[in-house]
Design a protein around this ligand. Structure first.
Ligand code: ATP
Length: 294
Protein backbone atom coordinates (compact mmCIF):
# COMPACT_ATOMS: atom_id res chain seq x y z
CA UNK A 1 0.00 0.00 0.00
CA UNK A 2 1.68 3.26 -1.06
CA UNK A 3 -0.58 5.99 0.33
CA UNK A 4 -1.60 4.52 3.65
CA UNK A 5 -2.80 6.53 6.68
CA UNK A 6 -1.36 4.32 9.39
CA UNK A 7 1.23 1.57 9.86
CA UNK A 8 0.86 -0.81 12.79
CA UNK A 9 3.21 -3.46 14.11
CA UNK A 10 1.22 -6.53 15.15
CA UNK A 11 3.42 -8.60 17.48
CA UNK A 12 3.32 -12.39 17.78
CA UNK A 13 3.10 -14.14 21.17
CA UNK A 14 4.47 -17.29 22.73
CA UNK A 15 2.97 -19.26 25.63
CA UNK A 16 5.52 -19.84 28.38
CA UNK A 17 2.98 -22.00 30.18
CA UNK A 18 -0.24 -23.63 28.97
CA UNK A 19 -2.39 -25.98 31.00
CA UNK A 20 -5.83 -27.15 29.89
CA UNK A 21 -7.91 -27.43 33.03
CA UNK A 22 -11.46 -28.10 31.83
CA UNK A 23 -14.06 -27.93 29.09
CA UNK A 24 -16.99 -25.53 29.18
CA UNK A 25 -20.53 -26.42 28.08
CA UNK A 26 -20.03 -24.21 24.97
CA UNK A 27 -17.13 -26.45 23.86
CA UNK A 28 -14.28 -24.03 24.65
CA UNK A 29 -11.48 -25.19 26.93
CA UNK A 30 -10.66 -23.49 30.22
CA UNK A 31 -6.95 -22.81 30.31
CA UNK A 32 -4.27 -21.35 32.52
CA UNK A 33 -1.55 -19.75 30.44
CA UNK A 34 1.25 -17.22 30.49
CA UNK A 35 1.46 -15.19 27.30
CA UNK A 36 4.49 -13.14 26.29
CA UNK A 37 4.74 -10.80 23.28
CA UNK A 38 7.79 -11.22 21.07
CA UNK A 39 9.61 -8.94 18.65
CA UNK A 40 8.50 -10.88 15.53
CA UNK A 41 5.57 -8.96 14.00
CA UNK A 42 3.35 -8.50 10.96
CA UNK A 43 3.04 -5.03 9.42
CA UNK A 44 -0.57 -3.90 9.04
CA UNK A 45 -1.38 -0.84 6.91
CA UNK A 46 -4.70 1.02 7.10
CA UNK A 47 -6.18 3.54 4.65
CA UNK A 48 -9.51 5.21 5.34
CA UNK A 49 -12.22 4.91 2.68
CA UNK A 50 -15.00 7.31 1.81
CA UNK A 51 -17.61 4.50 1.83
CA UNK A 52 -18.26 1.72 4.40
CA UNK A 53 -16.44 -1.09 2.54
CA UNK A 54 -13.63 -3.17 3.99
CA UNK A 55 -10.93 -4.64 1.77
CA UNK A 56 -8.04 -6.91 2.80
CA UNK A 57 -4.87 -7.46 0.82
CA UNK A 58 -2.33 -10.08 1.87
CA UNK A 59 0.12 -11.92 -0.37
CA UNK A 60 0.48 -14.97 1.91
CA UNK A 61 -1.06 -17.98 0.10
CA UNK A 62 -2.74 -19.38 3.25
CA UNK A 63 -4.29 -16.15 4.50
CA UNK A 64 -7.81 -15.46 3.18
CA UNK A 65 -8.48 -11.90 1.94
CA UNK A 66 -12.22 -12.05 2.62
CA UNK A 67 -14.57 -11.99 5.64
CA UNK A 68 -12.77 -15.05 7.07
CA UNK A 69 -9.71 -12.89 7.75
CA UNK A 70 -9.55 -11.93 11.44
CA UNK A 71 -8.40 -8.40 10.52
CA UNK A 72 -11.47 -8.01 8.29
CA UNK A 73 -13.69 -9.28 11.13
CA UNK A 74 -12.12 -6.76 13.52
CA UNK A 75 -12.96 -3.85 11.18
CA UNK A 76 -16.47 -5.24 10.63
CA UNK A 77 -17.05 -5.41 14.39
CA UNK A 78 -16.37 -1.67 14.68
CA UNK A 79 -18.42 -0.80 11.57
CA UNK A 80 -21.38 -2.80 12.91
CA UNK A 81 -21.11 -0.98 16.24
CA UNK A 82 -20.75 2.55 14.84
CA UNK A 83 -23.29 3.46 12.12
CA UNK A 84 -21.45 6.46 10.59
CA UNK A 85 -17.93 4.97 10.66
CA UNK A 86 -15.98 4.91 7.34
CA UNK A 87 -14.59 1.67 5.94
CA UNK A 88 -10.90 0.81 5.58
CA UNK A 89 -8.46 -0.79 3.19
CA UNK A 90 -6.22 -3.20 5.11
CA UNK A 91 -2.90 -4.54 3.88
CA UNK A 92 -1.16 -7.26 5.89
CA UNK A 93 2.51 -8.05 5.31
CA UNK A 94 2.93 -11.41 7.03
CA UNK A 95 6.14 -12.22 8.85
CA UNK A 96 4.48 -14.40 11.49
CA UNK A 97 4.13 -18.01 10.28
CA UNK A 98 0.45 -18.95 9.79
CA UNK A 99 -1.36 -21.44 12.09
CA UNK A 100 1.88 -21.83 14.00
CA UNK A 101 0.89 -21.22 17.64
CA UNK A 102 2.19 -17.65 17.49
CA UNK A 103 -1.19 -15.89 17.37
CA UNK A 104 -0.65 -14.20 14.00
CA UNK A 105 -4.30 -13.75 13.03
CA UNK A 106 -5.14 -12.52 16.54
CA UNK A 107 -2.27 -10.00 16.36
CA UNK A 108 -3.59 -8.62 13.04
CA UNK A 109 -7.10 -8.31 14.50
CA UNK A 110 -5.71 -6.51 17.56
CA UNK A 111 -3.78 -4.14 15.25
CA UNK A 112 -6.93 -3.26 13.29
CA UNK A 113 -9.01 -2.63 16.44
CA UNK A 114 -6.32 -0.39 17.99
CA UNK A 115 -5.43 1.24 14.66
CA UNK A 116 -9.01 2.14 13.71
CA UNK A 117 -9.64 3.42 17.25
CA UNK A 118 -6.78 5.90 16.79
CA UNK A 119 -7.33 6.65 13.07
CA UNK A 120 -11.00 7.55 13.56
CA UNK A 121 -10.62 8.95 17.13
CA UNK A 122 -13.23 6.49 18.40
CA UNK A 123 -12.33 7.02 22.06
CA UNK A 124 -12.42 3.37 23.16
CA UNK A 125 -10.19 2.55 26.14
CA UNK A 126 -7.81 -0.40 25.93
CA UNK A 127 -10.19 -2.35 28.18
CA UNK A 128 -13.09 -1.60 25.78
CA UNK A 129 -11.00 -2.83 22.85
CA UNK A 130 -9.98 -5.99 24.73
CA UNK A 131 -13.65 -6.73 25.46
CA UNK A 132 -14.52 -6.24 21.77
CA UNK A 133 -11.51 -8.34 20.74
CA UNK A 134 -12.67 -11.28 22.86
CA UNK A 135 -15.60 -11.64 20.42
CA UNK A 136 -13.07 -12.43 17.66
CA UNK A 137 -10.82 -14.92 19.44
CA UNK A 138 -9.43 -15.90 22.83
CA UNK A 139 -5.93 -14.55 22.06
CA UNK A 140 -7.04 -11.14 20.73
CA UNK A 141 -7.38 -9.44 24.16
CA UNK A 142 -3.80 -10.42 25.03
CA UNK A 143 -2.51 -9.18 21.66
CA UNK A 144 -4.10 -5.79 22.48
CA UNK A 145 -2.65 -5.76 26.02
CA UNK A 146 0.83 -6.99 25.01
CA UNK A 147 3.87 -7.58 27.23
CA UNK A 148 3.34 -10.52 29.57
CA UNK A 149 0.17 -11.71 31.25
CA UNK A 150 -1.41 -14.60 33.08
CA UNK A 151 -4.45 -15.74 31.09
CA UNK A 152 -7.40 -17.62 32.60
CA UNK A 153 -10.89 -18.51 31.35
CA UNK A 154 -10.37 -19.28 27.66
CA UNK A 155 -7.35 -16.99 27.79
CA UNK A 156 -9.27 -13.73 27.84
CA UNK A 157 -9.22 -13.06 31.61
CA UNK A 158 -5.85 -11.37 31.91
CA UNK A 159 -3.60 -10.33 34.77
CA UNK A 160 -0.66 -8.24 33.50
CA UNK A 161 2.83 -9.38 34.55
CA UNK A 162 6.17 -7.61 34.17
CA UNK A 163 7.56 -8.52 30.73
CA UNK A 164 11.05 -10.02 30.53
CA UNK A 165 13.73 -7.53 29.67
CA UNK A 166 16.60 -8.37 27.36
CA UNK A 167 15.70 -12.07 26.92
CA UNK A 168 16.08 -13.56 23.43
CA UNK A 169 14.54 -16.69 21.96
CA UNK A 170 15.03 -18.76 18.84
CA UNK A 171 11.87 -19.70 16.91
CA UNK A 172 11.83 -22.84 14.74
CA UNK A 173 8.93 -24.06 12.65
CA UNK A 174 8.81 -27.20 10.46
CA UNK A 175 6.56 -25.58 7.83
CA UNK A 176 3.26 -27.37 8.39
CA UNK A 177 0.14 -26.03 10.07
CA UNK A 178 -1.53 -27.51 13.13
CA UNK A 179 -5.24 -26.68 13.51
CA UNK A 180 -5.73 -25.31 17.04
CA UNK A 181 -9.15 -27.01 17.41
CA UNK A 182 -7.65 -30.42 16.58
CA UNK A 183 -4.89 -30.02 19.19
CA UNK A 184 -7.39 -29.18 21.96
CA UNK A 185 -9.63 -32.11 20.97
CA UNK A 186 -6.76 -34.52 21.77
CA UNK A 187 -6.76 -33.57 25.44
CA UNK A 188 -8.23 -36.24 27.72
CA UNK A 189 -9.28 -34.33 30.80
CA UNK A 190 -10.10 -37.48 32.77
CA UNK A 191 -6.43 -38.52 32.82
CA UNK A 192 -4.44 -37.42 35.85
CA UNK A 193 -2.21 -34.57 34.78
CA UNK A 194 1.22 -33.83 36.22
CA UNK A 195 0.81 -31.21 38.94
CA UNK A 196 2.16 -28.01 37.46
CA UNK A 197 2.12 -24.71 39.17
CA UNK A 198 1.75 -21.55 37.17
CA UNK A 199 2.53 -19.53 40.29
CA UNK A 200 6.19 -20.58 40.13
CA UNK A 201 6.48 -19.07 36.65
CA UNK A 202 4.65 -15.92 37.71
CA UNK A 203 7.22 -15.51 40.49
CA UNK A 204 10.11 -16.03 38.04
CA UNK A 205 8.65 -13.33 35.77
CA UNK A 206 8.31 -10.94 38.69
CA UNK A 207 12.03 -11.58 39.42
CA UNK A 208 12.93 -11.06 35.71
CA UNK A 209 14.76 -14.40 35.94
CA UNK A 210 14.62 -15.97 32.47
CA UNK A 211 16.99 -18.80 33.40
CA UNK A 212 14.53 -19.94 36.08
CA UNK A 213 11.60 -19.38 33.68
CA UNK A 214 13.33 -21.57 31.11
CA UNK A 215 13.43 -24.38 33.71
CA UNK A 216 9.68 -24.21 34.40
CA UNK A 217 8.25 -23.92 30.87
CA UNK A 218 5.20 -26.15 30.36
CA UNK A 219 2.71 -26.86 27.58
CA UNK A 220 0.00 -29.49 28.16
CA UNK A 221 -0.62 -29.73 24.39
CA UNK A 222 2.90 -31.03 23.72
CA UNK A 223 2.16 -34.69 24.54
CA UNK A 224 -0.69 -35.18 22.01
CA UNK A 225 0.82 -32.90 19.33
CA UNK A 226 4.33 -34.36 19.54
CA UNK A 227 3.04 -37.94 19.39
CA UNK A 228 1.21 -37.19 16.13
CA UNK A 229 3.96 -34.96 14.66
CA UNK A 230 7.43 -36.48 15.38
CA UNK A 231 9.03 -33.68 13.30
CA UNK A 232 8.27 -31.27 16.14
CA UNK A 233 9.86 -33.62 18.64
CA UNK A 234 12.98 -33.70 16.46
CA UNK A 235 13.15 -29.89 16.56
CA UNK A 236 12.80 -29.98 20.36
CA UNK A 237 15.59 -32.53 20.66
CA UNK A 238 17.92 -30.51 18.40
CA UNK A 239 17.28 -27.27 20.26
CA UNK A 240 17.61 -28.96 23.66
CA UNK A 241 21.05 -30.29 22.65
CA UNK A 242 22.24 -26.89 21.40
CA UNK A 243 24.76 -25.59 23.96
CA UNK A 244 23.45 -22.04 24.39
CA UNK A 245 19.76 -22.91 24.63
CA UNK A 246 18.39 -23.01 28.17
CA UNK A 247 14.74 -24.07 27.89
CA UNK A 248 12.71 -25.34 24.94
CA UNK A 249 8.93 -25.48 24.46
CA UNK A 250 6.29 -25.74 21.75
CA UNK A 251 4.19 -22.54 21.64
CA UNK A 252 0.38 -22.82 21.86
CA UNK A 253 -0.91 -25.63 19.67
CA UNK A 254 2.34 -25.67 17.64
CA UNK A 255 4.06 -26.31 15.40
CA UNK A 256 6.50 -23.52 16.38
CA UNK A 257 9.09 -24.42 19.01
CA UNK A 258 11.02 -21.73 20.89
CA UNK A 259 14.25 -21.91 22.86
CA UNK A 260 15.52 -19.36 25.35
CA UNK A 261 19.03 -18.30 24.41
CA UNK A 262 21.80 -17.07 26.70
CA UNK A 263 22.20 -13.76 24.83
CA UNK A 264 21.27 -11.82 21.68
CA UNK A 265 24.57 -12.84 20.09
CA UNK A 266 23.96 -16.51 20.88
CA UNK A 267 20.39 -16.27 19.54
CA UNK A 268 21.60 -14.85 16.21
CA UNK A 269 24.38 -17.46 16.00
CA UNK A 270 21.80 -20.22 16.60
CA UNK A 271 19.51 -18.77 13.90
CA UNK A 272 22.40 -18.85 11.40
CA UNK A 273 23.34 -22.37 12.52
CA UNK A 274 19.83 -23.81 12.07
CA UNK A 275 18.83 -21.75 9.01
CA UNK A 276 18.89 -24.68 6.59
CA UNK A 277 17.40 -27.20 9.07
CA UNK A 278 13.96 -25.65 9.55
CA UNK A 279 11.38 -24.10 7.25
CA UNK A 280 11.30 -20.99 9.46
CA UNK A 281 14.06 -20.08 11.89
CA UNK A 282 14.40 -16.66 13.54
CA UNK A 283 16.04 -15.06 16.56
CA UNK A 284 13.82 -12.51 18.27
CA UNK A 285 13.76 -10.59 21.55
CA UNK A 286 10.84 -10.69 23.95
CA UNK A 287 8.65 -7.60 23.55
CA UNK A 288 6.87 -5.39 26.05
CA UNK A 289 4.26 -4.37 23.45
CA UNK A 290 1.56 -6.19 21.48
CA UNK A 291 0.54 -3.43 19.08
CA UNK A 292 2.66 -0.42 18.04
CA UNK A 293 1.09 2.36 15.97
CA UNK A 294 3.18 4.62 13.69
P1 ATP B 1 -3.25 -19.14 17.86
O1 ATP B 1 -1.84 -19.25 18.37
O2 ATP B 1 -3.96 -17.87 18.29
O3 ATP B 1 -4.07 -20.38 18.01
P2 ATP B 1 -2.14 -19.48 15.26
O4 ATP B 1 -0.91 -18.65 15.27
O5 ATP B 1 -1.94 -20.95 15.50
O6 ATP B 1 -3.17 -18.91 16.29
P3 ATP B 1 -3.06 -18.05 12.93
O7 ATP B 1 -1.75 -17.69 12.30
O8 ATP B 1 -3.80 -16.98 13.62
O9 ATP B 1 -2.89 -19.31 13.90
O10 ATP B 1 -3.95 -18.72 11.77
C1 ATP B 1 -5.02 -19.60 12.03
C2 ATP B 1 -5.93 -19.66 10.80
O11 ATP B 1 -6.60 -18.41 10.69
C3 ATP B 1 -5.21 -19.89 9.50
O12 ATP B 1 -5.61 -21.12 8.99
C4 ATP B 1 -5.59 -18.75 8.58
O13 ATP B 1 -6.07 -19.18 7.33
C5 ATP B 1 -6.71 -18.00 9.32
N1 ATP B 1 -6.52 -16.53 9.32
C6 ATP B 1 -7.51 -15.62 9.28
N2 ATP B 1 -7.03 -14.38 9.32
C7 ATP B 1 -5.70 -14.47 9.40
C8 ATP B 1 -4.64 -13.52 9.49
N3 ATP B 1 -4.87 -12.18 9.47
N4 ATP B 1 -3.38 -13.98 9.59
C9 ATP B 1 -3.14 -15.32 9.63
N5 ATP B 1 -4.10 -16.25 9.52
C10 ATP B 1 -5.38 -15.85 9.42
Amino acid sequence: MVDFDMRIRAHAKVNLYLDIIGKRPDGYHEIETIFHSIGLHDDVYLRRRTDRQITVHCEHPYVPCDPRNLAYRAAKLLLDDIPDLSGVDIEIRKQIPVAAGLGGGSADAAAVLCGMNTLFSLGFTRTDLMRLGAQLGADVPFCILGGAALGRGIGEILTPLPPLEEAWILLANPGFEIPTAWAYQQINLSLTRPKKNVIILVRCLRNDDFVDIARHLYNGLEVPVLSKYPAINKIKTKLNKYPSSCGVLMSGSGATVFAFMQSEVQANLAAANFESDFDFCRATPMSSAGVCIF
